[in-house]
Ligand binder design. Structure first.
Ligand code: PLP
Length: 414
């Protein structure tokens, strides 16, 4: 490294994003050979069958009807009260757990993840997530001088690996007082997995068992960024009821985002929703996270908070958004089903996809597989142990033959 003036904790940091790198290659290829010959399965946003970024029409209509005042005025740092009410209610639907609840507006789902790591772990602590995980979790941990450790997500039968989870939680709680566990479900990025209600129940049992010592604290960070594409509203949220009445040294934070559910990616609006059986814990949650917002970004986008409040308060608008989103869900489903059926025929081993924007193919040489696919102008994201396919972004017509080519590329490279 050359001459540097950065502080010691900042020196050498550089977020090389594999996803944007792979997307760059796809864009370049499209310029060279024409878009119609290129399959770009790298983008984490919903593109329609014409490969245009989808926007929910009612969301656009409400957005365009916002007053200039709502767009330009500051919002309260904690968030607009009507937005917070809407965010809480939409998060839980009919499955609101018993307990105290508060919400704080955040800069997308990323903001809630940031605050949870910052405020519920000590400097140098290790945060836990599964071995298949969204890369920025590690960047967030490392930037805040924390570490990220992982447990093996799947067992031999491709179910949630409760033993691996339990061992890691036990090991970490043996050496640190507080532990943040990030679980991205339903519709996990990158696999598309969703924990079943009984898997959640087992996870909560483990947490209760391992936090009997009142000096130990555990925070579940439930990353629900993709929950609105995980199936029927209440079915996708039924697991939430189980978080009722957990011991007071277990805090739950739901990190919600308007990026995908309302197709407002770039507007940077989300909410972190804290749940505890203890009133003081939730008062503290509201206080300290608002403080961190003040210290990080001050307040967030007001207009899009108002947009959610407007939609939430009008049953017709809400029903319209739901039905428009159901069409996008259906579109993604069909693409994923096509891939999965073909994968079965091609004997391509894939991780269990339940719902969501992505599916994953495990591979020994992900980079080599992606390079092989790129020869056919197919672009996907190489992960450490597999290849991520963004079914949210690939038109159905371009899904035809994809799994077969993936199977060939894997055979050639292993
Ligand atoms: N969590 C996961 C797993 C994600 O994939 C994303 C977005 O890609 C987010 C959270 C948060 O996104 P945003 O900060 O745009 O709301």
């Amino acid at each position: 490294m050359g001459y540097s003036v950065a502080a010691s904790h900042a020196k050498g940091k550089c977020a090389t994003d594999r996803i944007f790198g792979a997307n760059g290659a796809a864009v370049k290829a499209a310029l060279e050979v024409g878009k119609s010959y290129v399959t770009n399965a790298t983008i984490g946003a919903i593109l329609d069958d014409e490969e245009k970024l989808s926007c929910l029409p009612t969301v656009e209509q409400v957005y365009r009807s916002l007053s200039m005042n709502d767009i330009i005025a500051y919002a309260p740092i904690a968030g607009l009260p009507a937005f917070l009410t809407a965010a809480i209610d939409l998060n839980f639907a009919d499955h609101r757990p018993d307990g105290y609840v508060e919400a704080v507006a955040t800069s997308g789902g990323s903001g809630g993840i940031h605050h949870t790591i910052w405020n519920y772990t000590e400097l140098g602590d290790t945060v836990l997530t599964s071995d298949w995980f969204w890369g920025p979790y590690r960047v967030l941990c490392q930037d805040m001088l924390r570490k990220l450790d992982t447990y093996t997500l799947f067992d031999e039968q491709l179910n949630f690996n409760l033993d691996a989870f339990e061992k890691k939680v036990a090991n970490l709680l043996a050496v640190q007082k507080s532990l943040v566990v990030i679980i991205n479900s339903p519709a996990h990025n990158p696999t598309g997995y969703s924990l079943t209600d009984s898997e959640w129940s087992a996870v909560l049992d483990v947490a209760k068992r391992l936090t009997k010592d009142p000096n130990k604290r555990l925070t579940f960070l439930v990353d629900v960024a993709y929950i609105d594409y995980a199936g029927e509203r209440n079915a996708a949220r039924s697991f939430m009821s189980q978080f009722s009445n957990l011991p007071k040294n277990i805090l739950t934070v739901f990190s919600t985002s308007m990026s995908k559910g309302y197709t407002m990616y770039g507007q940077r609006v989300g909410a972190m929703i804290g749940l505890s059986s203890d009133k003081d814990v939730i008062q503290e949650f509201a206080d300290i996270n608002q403080y961190t917002s003040r210290a990080t970004w001050s307040n967030i986008n007001r207009g899009v908070q108002q947009l959610l409040a407007t939609i939430y308060e009008d049953k017709n608008l809400l029903a319209k958004v739901d039905s428009e989103r159901a069409l996008l869900y259906q579109m993604i489903r069909e693409r994923a089903d096509l891939f999965m059926n073909e994968a079965k025929e091609a004997k391509l081993h894939m991780l269990p996809y339940i719902a969501g924007f992505f599916l994953t193919i495990p591979a020994k040489n992900p980079e080599a597989v992606c390079a092989e696919l790129a020869k056919d102008y197919i672009f996907a994201v190489p992960l450490a142990k597999g290849i991520r396919v963004a079914v949210c972004a690939v038109p159905k017509a371009k899904m035809v033959g994809f799994a077969t080519k993936m199977a060939q590329a894997i055979r050639i490279t292993e």
